[in-house]
Design a protein around this ligand. Structure first.
Ligand SMILES: CCCCC/C=C/CC(=O)SCCNC(=O)CCNC(=O)[C@H](O)C(C)(C)COP(=O)(O)OP(=O)(O)OC[C@H]1O[C@@H](n2cnc3c(N)ncnc32)[C@H](O)[C@@H]1OP(=O)(O)O
Length: 395
């Protein structure tokens, strides 16, 4: 009976794809609307990315203009109810969008591109950034991104929170992957700052409830999760995880979508899904049994067994383990050598190795996200998250 009920809900969730662009944030809309329009859509997407990288804050008035043009370009004339008088920020956004009336989508797109281009030139000419500092990409708050030696390094940067992934970090990672897929690096590397690689999903993500209530929260979370994991499935260049310390939850599951996983001997790998009333994501319900065999995958994904780096290596999740004392030096020497290999050959080899599974992975990701959408509303999950938050005095 549960299965019948669930499949009905799954079917409803598939239908949600059609309205996805009206529910999610710009970064996600960017991801799903790529094929919708012609040539200038590319310029528009690139302008959307460039906004995130502006070196100078353009100020609220310009931000509202950008917001309004973005909405008009992607959704057309303002079509949402006017926010209440005291909802000041959303009302200002609504007013700006509504003021564009019936401006055609194409014109809005062009105006957006022009506005960003103006902002970029004034931002570039006014900034006096030294070449050394240019290695670090601006515009990210939860990540530190550097490009050097043909390697783009994406470092999770919330060390005080053990690099837990909050909504902003999910969105910034998607943008960073989009940019890295197009930059001139040959390989892309993820790592964590501080003592953790990542403590997984930020459990306070569950506390910020929108006006539509917990159902809307769960629906948006499932869309975000699905788009996030899709970015990893589709990433075209060799993707490397440099696991500098413990890894939990989604930061572990998506390792199955990486091409190399190097771990410090201090790293551990933990997926406490049942403990949290949750279920596997990141395609791990498929990749883990494939990588380590069903028995070991079940131990991790259902029973939450925490693996040491050595165990994760023995089970095929980790490519190689290094002593913590020499970890950084050894790994980066290795990666610098790999990054000099011919870019196209590596890219095409990855395609050959991964492409025949892509469709399957997308379907699995959709199913896992949809099941989690239901789980997040369950008493089991709510109680577990409340428990963590109250222990940490977040409530
Ligand atoms: C779009 C949604 C997609 C959702 C996808 C779903 C994914 C599923 C998962 O990822 S499940 C995994 C969820 N993660 C956890 O369950 C880990 C929770 N954290 C802990 O158990 C511990 O914090 C620890 C073991 C990671 C570290 O313990 P330690 O005692 O060393 O450190 P603290 O607990 O004091 O942590 C320091 C501060 O960091 C905060 N923090 C750590 N992890 C998280 C987290 N996952 N979410 C939110 N906050 C986290 C912790 O609260 C401390 O904050 P404080 O200093 O302000 O108290």
């Amino acid at each position: 009976m549960a299965v019948v009920g669930l499949s009905g809900r799954l079917a409803r969730c598939y239908c949600l794809r059609a309205v996805r662009s009206s529910l999610c944030v710009p970064a996600l809309q960017l991801h799903v609307s790529k094929t919708a329009m012609g040539a200038s859509q590319k310029d528009f997407e690139s302008a959307v990315n460039q906004v995130k990288l502006l070196k100078k804050d353009p100020g609220n008035e310009v931000k509202l203009k950008l917001y309004a043009l973005y909405k008009q370009a992607t959704e057309g004339p303002c079509n949402t109810p006017k926010p209440g008088l005291f909802d000041l920020i959303n009302k200002a956004k609504w007013d700006a969008w509504n003021a564009l009336g019936n401006l055609p989508k194409e014109t809005a797109r062009q105006n957006y591109v022009d506005l960003v281009s103006g902002l970029r030139s004034s931002s570039d000419s006014s900034s006096q950034v030294k070449p050394e500092a240019d290695k670090k990409q601006a515009g990210y708050e939860t990540l530190v991104i550097t490009s050097e030696d043909h390697i783009t390094k994406i470092m999770l940067n919330r060390p005080a929170k053990k690099n837990a992934l909050n909504t902003q970090m999910y969105q910034e990672i998607m943008l960073a992957l989009e940019a890295a897929s197009k930059d001139d690096s040959t390989i892309t590397v993820f790592t964590g700052s501080g003592d953790y690689y990542s403590s997984g999903n930020d459990l306070t993500n569950f506390t910020d409830i929108p006006p539509g209530g917990v159902e809307e929260k769960a629906k948006n979370g499932a869309i975000l999760l699905r788009d996030f994991v899709d970015c990893f499935i589709d990433f075209p260049k060799p993707l490397v995880a440099v696991v500098n310390g413990p890894a939990v939850g989604i930061s572990v599951t998506i390792l199955g979508l990486f091409d190399l996983v190097y771990a410090s001997d201090r790293a551990t790998f933990h997926t406490p899904f049942s403990h949290l009333g949750q279920t596997p994501e990141g395609c791990s319900s498929y990749t883990f049994p494939k990588i380590m065999g069903l028995a070991k995958a079940v131990e991790m994904l259902i029973f939450g067994k925490k693996l040491t780096a050595g165990e994760a290596y023995a089970q095929g999740l980790v490519t190689e383990v290094f002593p913590d004392s020499t970890f950084e030096k050894e790994v980066w020497t290795r990666l610098k050598a790999y990054s000099k290999l011919p870019r196209n050959a590596m890219r095409i080899s990855k395609q050959i190795i991964r492409n025949h599974e892509k469709e399957k992975l997308h379907a699995i990701n959709a199913e896992e996200s949809s099941i989690l959408q239901e789980r997040w509303l369950s008493d089991e999950c709510v109680n577990a998250v409340m428990n963590f938050l109250s222990q940490k005095a977040k409530l």
